[in-house]
Design a protein around this ligand. Structure first.
Ligand code: AMP
Length: 120
């Protein structure tokens, strides 16, 4: 079981990190947790999240951005483990217009197929 800094007991992803809700873990270190998305939109679809409750990238500042950097540092290791030599996409939705549905910062790591050319 992992501790979450500033944990929100109502937050799905805080509960996943703490092992209260099951997930398929693919990576974990002192700062980050990564698990398979329950509704994958690509052959590889992993969510990489900080072990600190940060509602979204819009809440990043000089006091907490280092944990986001740790998540980004984990992504190449995860991608290598998934065999994504041909590339991958990283997405972080912020707020209603972007369709953010879980209010805990997360990076979608998508790969294993040619991504659609629309939207970035
Ligand atoms: P977003 O819409 O950017 O906030 O992304 C939230 C993601 O969390 C979606 O892709 C969901 O499929 C995924 N998700 C929701 N609940 C779970 C869960 N229990 N385990 C794994 N992924 C989940």
């Amino acid at each position: 079981m992992s501790m979450v800094i500033n944990a929100d007991s109502d937050c799905l992803f805080c509960n996943i990190i703490e092992g209260k809700i099951p997930s398929t873990k693919v990576y974990e270190d002192d700062y980050c947790y990564a698990f398979r998305d329950i509704a994958p939109q690509a052959p590889t679809h992993i969510l990489v999240i900080p072990k600190e409750h940060i509602p979204s990238a819009d809440a990043l500042d000089s006091g907490n951005s280092s944990v986001a950097a740790r998540c980004l540092e984990a992504i190449p290791k995860i991608a290598k483990g998934e065999g994504l030599e041909n590339g991958y996409r990283i997405i972080s939705n912020v707020g209603p217009d972007a369709g953010q549905s879980v209010q805990h910062l997360h990076f979608h790591l998508l790969g294993g197929k040619r991504m659609p050319d629309q939207m970035i």
